[in-house]
Design a protein around this ligand. Structure first.
Ligand code: SAM
Length: 309
């Protein structure tokens, strides 16, 4: 009887020794994700980093302000996932970070994935709950997940914390002062007014943390050195553009994004001391990017720099 790669017969009957390893892993993958998310959110890896010695479950539970029983279970799961080392001397089992956990799961690490994990936990995870509906209806499910009604994905995405934390004092800060960008229509101004700086910054940090890790590999996967002028459409805060100018110092990258994104990026994430992004040079951030595609000013860009448009 012919078998395909998975060990199933071509007639669709399972081979007797076929164990559904892959399917079981797929079924339970979200349990692993949530274990990592919760450990990060509770600060397990940060506490262990700061301690500079293995800690018992009791010490960790006190440091993170969580129940002992819950903490013990979480730590055991993290050890099973090879995110924590266990130490068994004479006393209780103690835990320390594995090298990967120290480097990628602690907040203070320069290549931390903490922001990215928070975003996955608090935003993406909730959206994916409605994947079935999204496929059925052919549209994003932000309304069901967060109460944000919009056909524009990014408008919804950047408005989430206004909805998520409606009672927080910070809401005053979230509800934007009217950010009047030259050339914007009244409708656009109203849209920016409900976009949240905090949610937008979180999204930018998510993008940055990923590109900090794999940006160099992506921009050098192909030799881009013949290209001296590069446009990054939807370039966000410019993390990938920064990788580009690092790998190809002769090139100039101009970033196009929504005007509010450019403004927020400048306010919260820049300027960086070395070839920081987005540069204020040669930019025109007050104009909606759709209009900018024909009017951006690469002539004012400088080699090896990035410009936000
Ligand atoms: C998934 S993010 C990718 C960001 C960036 N390219 C990166 O990889 O880090 C998509 C980006 O497209 C931007 N965007 C959405 N609608 C846009 C539009 N109409 N014009 C320009 N940029 C837009 C968003 O603000 C966001 O920064």
């Amino acid at each position: 009887m012919a078998e395909n790669q998975e060990g199933a017969s071509s007639e669709g009957k399972p081979a007797a020794d076929m164990y559904p390893k892959k399917i079981l892993e797929y079924m339970e993958g979200f349990l692993i994700s949530k274990t990592v998310f919760s450990s990060c959110e509770l600060g397990v890896f940060d506490v262990l980093l700061a301690a500079e010695r293995p800690l018992s479950a009791e010490e960790i539970s006190q440091a993170i302000g969580a129940s002992l029983d819950g903490t013990e279970r979480l730590l055991a799961a993290c050890a099973g996932l090879q995110l924590l080392n266990t130490h068994r001397d004479n006393g209780p089992v103690c835990y320390s970070n594995t090298e990967q956990a120290s480097v990628y799961l602690t907040r203070s690490s320069p290549v931390s994935l903490y922001q990215s994990i928070q975003y996955s936990s608090r935003t993406i995870y909730l959206c994916w709950h409605y994947l079935t509906d999204a496929v059925r209806e052919g549209r994003n499910q932000y309304e069901k997940a967060f109460g944000v009604s919009s056909n524009d994905l990014f408008q919804a995405l950047y408005s989430l914390s206004v909805i998520l934390f409606p009672l927080k004092k910070q809401l005053v800060g979230f509800i934007r002062r009217q950010w009047v960008c030259e050339g914007e229509t009244e409708r656009q101004q109203r849209v920016w007014a409900v976009m949240s700086d905090e949610e937008m910054v979180k999204f930018m940090q998510l993008m940055n943390s990923i590109w900090n890790i794999c940006g160099k590999d992506v921009v050098t996967a192909f030799d881009l050195s013949p290209f001296k002028i590069i446009c990054d459409l939807g370039g966000c805060s410019g993390a990938l553009a920064k990788q580009c100018t690092s790998a190809y110092p002769e090139c100039t990258v101009t970033i196009f994004d929504l005007p509010k994104v450019v403004c927020t990026s400048r306010e919260h994430l820049s300027p960086r001391p070395t070839r920081g992004l987005p540069s204020t040079k040669g930019t025109s951030s007050k104009t909606p990017c759709q209009k900018l595609t024909s009017t951006s000013s690469p002539e004012s860009s400088t080699t090896g720099q990035t410009n936000a448009a």
